[in-house]
Design a protein around this ligand. Structure first.
Ligand SMILES: [Zn+2]
Length: 284
């Protein structure tokens, strides 16, 4: 393989002109200048909250922006459970909300999952496969209910050890030296970011991206493109899409989302507050 596919994934932001330290227009300029692509890992719970102007920026720039699915309610380790019926419902509900978002805004989405806090069980992989997801991208490939993963799985572009569902590995900018291994082994380069990563501007990320772009023939693409490039195919969804949300869970989701947004919007803008938050309050 002479070319390497790459993507920057930013977790959590709402589709609003600015979210915390992230500004969609500014990021678009940076992508044009430094040549990269950003996938927004969008929380399905927020499906009624997108700003039309921000949706327009994303819709008009499909060569730079795409959105994918980040959890469902983004409630703790929601995809780390062992109740397969609950996981099936969660996967279907996530997809249903993304479909609603597409109907409301006209914006398509990539049917790939980024797990909140990186936690998933092998049954979650099965639930996603049954719900018609194409693949998942995660900062590790070990399910919470499984033994250690064999080293050889880390050398493949993705693992399929959990019910045949493809899971790709993504990495934080601090692990940039491992990107050289990715290129050598024919794996894509998947870079993780959070809105807080832009607290001191965009240089921290764009310096890493410039470094990646100097390593060879790098093509920046969406996560769906990357999964399909490696031959991943969606299964036919099993079961009906359902939207059953119980009230206590809904209230908990509201409170958690509110706290996360306070973190991203106010706390992450200050080094001191961000350090205090991460030390004493961060859920992961
Ligand atoms: Zn998240």
């Amino acid at each position: 393989m002479s070319e390497t596919l790459a993507c920057l994934v930013i977790d959590d932001p709402l589709l609003r002109p600015s979210y915390g330290n992230l500004n969609y227009k500014k990021l678009l300029q940076e992508m044009k200048e430094h040549n990269f692509f950003t996938e927004i890992a969008f929380i399905p719970w927020n499906y009624k909250r997108s700003n039309p102007g921000t949706v327009k920026i994303i819709a008009e720039n499909p060569e730079y922006y795409s959105i994918c699915v980040h959890g469902c309610d983004h409630l703790g380790y929601e995809f780390g459970g062992s109740d397969s019926e609950k996981l099936d419902l969660l996967a279907l509900r996530a997809m249903w909300r993304m479909d609603q978002h597409r109907h409301l805004t006209g914006l398509p989405y990539d049917p790939v999952m980024v797990f909140p806090y990186g936690r998933f069980s092998s049954l979650a992989a099965k639930a996603l496969k049954n719900a018609g997801f194409l693949a998942a991208f995660n900062s590790h490939i070990q399910a919470v209910d499984c033994e250690e993963v064999e080293e050889s799985e880390y050398r493949r572009p993705y693992t399929e050890i959990y019910h045949g569902f493809p899971i790709f590995l993504r990495r934080y900018p601090k692990d940039k030296l491992k990107f050289a291994d990715d290129i050598k082994n024919g794996r894509p380069i998947i870079l993780v970011g959070h809105p807080g990563a832009f607290r001191r501007g965009y240089d921290g990320i764009t310096n890493v991206i410039d470094w990646v772009n100097r390593q060879g023939a790098i093509k920046w693409r969406s996560l769906s493109y990357i999964a399909e490039y490696y031959g991943c195919k969606k299964s036919t969804p099993k079961g009906m899409h359902r939207n059953s949300s119980d009230i206590p869970r809904y209230i908990e989701a509201c409170i958690r989302r509110f706290l996360c947004e306070i973190r991203d919007t106010y706390i992450d803008r200050s080094d001191l507050l961000a350090n205090i938050y991460r030390r004493y309050f961060s859920p992961g």
